[in-house]
Ligand binder design. Structure first.
Ligand code: UT7
Length: 325
């Protein structure tokens, strides 16, 4: 049984954080942020907003657009690095709030690659007949984990959620190839140590700002380009396709310069590479499903089109998926 994406949805905060706002918070400039990242503004949750709220709205939209009922969903995977709380999982809270009474809810913790991790798992469950319909959601409220005194991280991240319903599709369509991978040797490139069992949450960890994300952006940059382009080529080959066969590439929206470098390494026409980073910033696991929803709703992806998704994130983690719609 082939598995494909039947529908998508997305949701994000109304609050907007512009480069001009950031100029008031840290020593930076609109010019630096625009030229180094491509970002002009990003969405920011208010203090009383949290991850599952955006995830539930995105998920509900996707279920309705698939013409399904909440009870038809067999599994909900929420890809997030910024859960509502430690326990229970955000997936369980989404399952409750959507009324998906027959679903198992769980989280996947794979940073920006989380959505690709989720669809890779659900694809195999559908293909092997274990389940019929799965809901994969990438949802983040990163701005609550960002240190707004650290200009090297605070300018890139934003909040939001994107969702996709996966289910059986006809032969020759759907997910043609997909792969996920990680290498924990690179853990120091992007991390938040506070709050876990190693350091715990103490006055000291909070004073040292250990609960915030720390990033070696420049080091990540090179590995991100190498791994996203490498796994994309591998998955195209596995699907029996060439780069010319791809109608649209949706890379994780990490930084416009990373997107451009991946496009160059893949030797793909830049017009075929989607970007919304100017409006959304880097929303980690939510970036690909939000972008996917935008291209589907705007009619940019049509039946028969081949779409390549590729992501990279802290861990490090990476992956790629080739889909025929
Ligand atoms: O989502 C998956 C995981 N994350 C990523 O993929 C992020 C990948 N990395 C990046 O997007 C980029 O590395 C950043 C946007 C984070 C940084 O851009 P960069 O071109 O790699 O800058 P850099 O870290 O090499 O810093 C260059 C200079 C430094 O100044 P000096 O030492 O040359 O004087 C920084 O201190 O830019 C300075 N700088 C800034 N200046 C103004 C760093 N951040 C800022 C800032 N505003 N916000």
């Amino acid at each position: 049984m082939n598995a494909g994406i039947l529908s998508t949805g997305c949701d994000y905060p109304k609050g907007v954080l512009t480069n001009a706002d950031l100029e008031q918070m840290v020593e930076t400039s609109d010019e630096w942020i625009t030229t180094r990242t491509g970002i002009k503004e990003r969405r920011k949750a208010s203090p009383d907003e949290y991850t599952s709220q955006f995830a539930v709205r995105a998920g509900r939209q996707a279920i309705e657009r698939a013409g399904l009922k909440p009870e038809d969903i067999d599994i909900i995977i929420c890809a997030t690095t910024t859960p509502d709380q430690i326990l229970p999982s955000t997936g369980c809270l989404i399952q409750r709030d959507l009324g998906c009474v027959n679903a198992a809810g769980m989280d996947v913790f794979a940073a920006c690659s989380g959505f690709i991790y989720g669809i890779t798992m659900v694809e195999s469950m559908i293909r092997t007949g274990q389940i019929r319909y799965g809901l994969v959601i990438g949802a983040e409220v990163l701005t609550k984990y960002v240190d707004y005194t650290d200009r090297t991280t605070c300018v890139i991240f934003g909040d939001g959620a994107g969702a996709a319903v996966l289910g059986p599709v006809e032969e020759g369509k759907g997910i043609l190839s997909t792969k996920i991978q990680s290498d924990g040797n690179y853990e120091e490139q992007l991390y938040a140590r506070g709050g876990g069992t190693k350091l715990g949450t103490t006055h000291e960890t909070i004073d040292n700002r250990e609960h915030y994300f720390k990033m070696r952006g420049n080091e990540i940059f090179k590995v991100a380009v190498r791994n996203m382009s490498g796994v994309s080529k591998e998955m195209l080959e596995k699907a029996g396709l060439k780069v010319e066969d791809v109608d649209l590439v949706i890379p994780h929206q990490a930084n416009q310069r990373i997107t451009d470098a991946v496009a160059k390494k893949l030797d793909v026409d830049p017009k075929k590479v989607y970007s919304n980073i100017d409006r959304m910033g880097n929303t980690s696991s939510a970036s690909i499903p939000i972008a996917l929803d935008e291209v589907i709703q705007s009619g940019r992806v049509k039946e028969g089109d081949v779409v390549l998704l590729t992501a990279f994130g802290g861990g490090i983690t990476w992956g790629a998926t080739v889909i025929r719609f």
